[in-house]
Design a protein around this ligand. Sequence first.
Ligand SMILES: *[C@@H]1O[C@H](CO)[C@@H](O)[C@H](O)[C@H]1NC(C)=O
Ligand SMILES: *[C@@H]1O[C@H](CO)[C@@H](O)[C@H](O)[C@H]1NC(C)=O
Ligand SMILES: *[C@@H]1O[C@H](CO)[C@@H](O)[C@H](O)[C@H]1NC(C)=O
Ligand SMILES: *[C@@H]1O[C@H](CO)[C@@H](O)[C@H](O)[C@H]1NC(C)=O
Ligand SMILES: *[C@@H]1O[C@H](CO)[C@@H](O)[C@H](O)[C@H]1NC(C)=O
Ligand SMILES: *[C@@H]1O[C@H](CO)[C@@H](O)[C@H](O)[C@H]1NC(C)=O
Ligand SMILES: *[C@@H]1O[C@H](CO)[C@@H](O)[C@H](O)[C@H]1NC(C)=O
Ligand SMILES: *[C@@H]1O[C@H](CO)[C@@H](O)[C@H](O)[C@H]1NC(C)=O
Ligand SMILES: *[C@@H]1O[C@H](CO)[C@@H](O)[C@H](O)[C@H]1NC(C)=O
Ligand SMILES: *[C@@H]1O[C@H](CO)[C@@H](O)[C@H](O)[C@H]1NC(C)=O
Ligand SMILES: *[C@@H]1O[C@H](CO)[C@@H](O)[C@H](O)[C@H]1NC(C)=O
Ligand SMILES: *[C@@H]1O[C@H](CO)[C@@H](O)[C@H](O)[C@H]1NC(C)=O
Length: 466
Amino acid sequence: MRRSFTPVGVLLVLALFSHVPRLIKGSSPCKRANSAAIRPHSVSITEFGAVGDGVTLNTKAFQNAIFYLNSFADKGGAKLFVPAGQWLTGSFDLISHLTLWLDKDAVILGSTNSDDWPVVDPLPSYGRGRELPGKRHRSLIYGRNLTDVVITGDNGTIDGQGSNWWNWFHTKTLNYTRPHLVELMNSSGIVISNLTFINSPFWTIHPVYCSQVIVQNVTIRAPLDSPNTDGIDPDSSDDVCIEDCYISTGDDLIAIKSGWDEYGISYARPCRNIIIRRLVGQTRTSAGIAIGSEMSGGVSEVHAENIQFYNSNTGIRIKTSPGRGGYVRDIYISNITLTDVKIAIRFTGHYGEHPDEHYDPEALPTVERITIEDIAGDNIQYAGILEGIEGDSFLNICLSNITLNITSKSPWNCSYIQGYSDSVSPETCEPLRESISPYHYSDCYNLSSHLLNSSNQNRGTWFLSW
Ligand SMILES: *[C@@H]1O[C@H](CO)[C@@H](O)[C@H](O)[C@H]1NC(C)=O
Ligand SMILES: *[C@@H]1O[C@H](CO)[C@@H](O)[C@H](O)[C@H]1NC(C)=O
Ligand SMILES: *[C@@H]1O[C@H](CO)[C@@H](O)[C@H](O)[C@H]1NC(C)=O
Ligand SMILES: *[C@@H]1O[C@H](CO)[C@@H](O)[C@H](O)[C@H]1NC(C)=O
Ligand SMILES: *[C@@H]1O[C@H](CO)[C@@H](O)[C@H](O)[C@H]1NC(C)=O
Ligand SMILES: *[C@@H]1O[C@H](CO)[C@@H](O)[C@H](O)[C@H]1NC(C)=O
Ligand SMILES: *[C@@H]1O[C@H](CO)[C@@H](O)[C@H](O)[C@H]1NC(C)=O
Ligand SMILES: *[C@@H]1O[C@H](CO)[C@@H](O)[C@H](O)[C@H]1NC(C)=O
Ligand SMILES: *[C@@H]1O[C@H](CO)[C@@H](O)[C@H](O)[C@H]1NC(C)=O
Ligand SMILES: *[C@@H]1O[C@H](CO)[C@@H](O)[C@H](O)[C@H]1NC(C)=O
Ligand SMILES: *[C@@H]1O[C@H](CO)[C@@H](O)[C@H](O)[C@H]1NC(C)=O
Ligand SMILES: *[C@@H]1O[C@H](CO)[C@@H](O)[C@H](O)[C@H]1NC(C)=O
């Protein structure tokens, strides 16, 4: 006879899990490589003729200031100071060894004219713009091939003024894919902190082909019904730390990605070692933490904890499809509180959405070793809608210590998945009903499996300490 609750099993699981050094819990786990960039040189944007009246277009002032500061790149770098005021601008480019500092009550406003957002090539891992074939508008704040870039301040605001873009999307009058608010491409040593980001035209913060990225203590807001205004989307990037953030937007709060179908498969740049902790947020249409739907370069070692989602459609979601290829593996999510959330956990194996007709329907994604534990939920409609792919089951899905207060009659609906569970209420679906026993510990992903990997211990010294 199978039971979902096995006291001995539970005790073992709890004992074993609790002695594990908690990777994402130490005193200062998301550490910067080079301690707080103190820039020996600083200029104010006003020295370059910028006018903070909310009307004057300051794109040239930003470009000239940054061009000037480039001469300090090999002298410890420089700081561009943006004082209180409303600084309207089109898209501009960052440089290495730069701190962009927004003082209290400084607001950088994105131009509402699409001509001020130039068009650039699509990402190679997407093969085309995400929403339209061809090129895409460049983000308001853009950086490529950079190192040591800090975007910070005293809670200044970067406002994308996205409503025109949302209207062009709704009326189908866009010519190219909408721009992000901030995109950093092929860069490393990035810190984005102590700021507020609002009303992005599209995804808000998009690090792509990056490593060593810290996003800390930021607020991200967009209307709950604004289209595709994701919060933070680490994409084909490694060593990303997101902590102490509040995000309330019209799409996924955090979406971890790695390229789209045949383009993502051939570009083959995974997203790996992503830490998310102390996040609070809401999304009426989408998920708090999503993996996918573009995951063709692979996603692994995502560790998320101490998170609260409320008034949301979904808590945790994995989205994929035949044609994606790639993998989602070694995911550890714990201590999440859900309040008024329709679906606590959702896996979607047939998300669809392909870049073109040339994807390979035989390219099936691998989804395995997903551990979710210590989840409490109040006013939840569905505990889990877990839909794998026929002939390509999602394996070693491990759920433990999950207590949800459910409003629907059938809380779980599972297909093509396999795994184990312990202390889950309401009782899980049949494929997960076997208890996690010592026999299964090596099947379930846990933090000691991460730490035991010596290559991770070496990598860990960059920003993990315990
Ligand atoms: C990334 O930047 C490095 C130099 O910083 C360059 O060699 C490489 O080609 C760049 N790759 C892409 C995709 O931009
Ligand atoms: C980044 O590097 C790539 C590859 O070397 C190069 O093609 C591109 O022009 C560089 N872009 C910038 C903005 O430096
Ligand atoms: C968060 O940012 C605010 C200003 O935006 C600052 O006052 C506060 O000290 C920061 N907190 C942390 C933990 O960095
Ligand atoms: C920063 O300002 C926003 C409003 O612009 C506010 O909601 C947020 O709480 C502030 N953050 C901090 C850390 O003070
Ligand atoms: C699309 O292109 C047309 C023709 O160049 C132009 O009039 C229109 O403003 C463009 N739309 C957007 C949203 O940029
Ligand atoms: C955020 O602001 C606080 C307070 O000024 C400061 O102590 C902290 O170092 C800042 N964090 C980052 C990552 O810039
Ligand atoms: C769980 O997360 C909450 C924040 O959401 C935090 O206050 C609490 O200390 C965490 N619990 C543990 C055991 O870490
Ligand atoms: C179970 O999870 C809850 C959070 O939802 C936590 O407070 C509690 O300590 C966990 N129980 C055990 C035995 O770890
Ligand atoms: C959910 O839990 C709350 C208390 O946490 C309780 O008042 C409420 O009746 C519960 N609802 C259901 C449907 O069990
Ligand atoms: C479970 O989901 C499948 C589709 O994935 C649906 O056809 C079926 O009706 C659902 N069953 C229940 C009991 O909700
Ligand atoms: C964690 O995983 C490793 C290898 O995957 C396994 O050897 C170990 O027993 C597991 N530990 C726990 C506490 O589950
Ligand atoms: C250890 O990490 C490396 C990447 O750094 C990965 O290729 C390898 O598969 C991992 N080994 C195990 C046993 O997880």
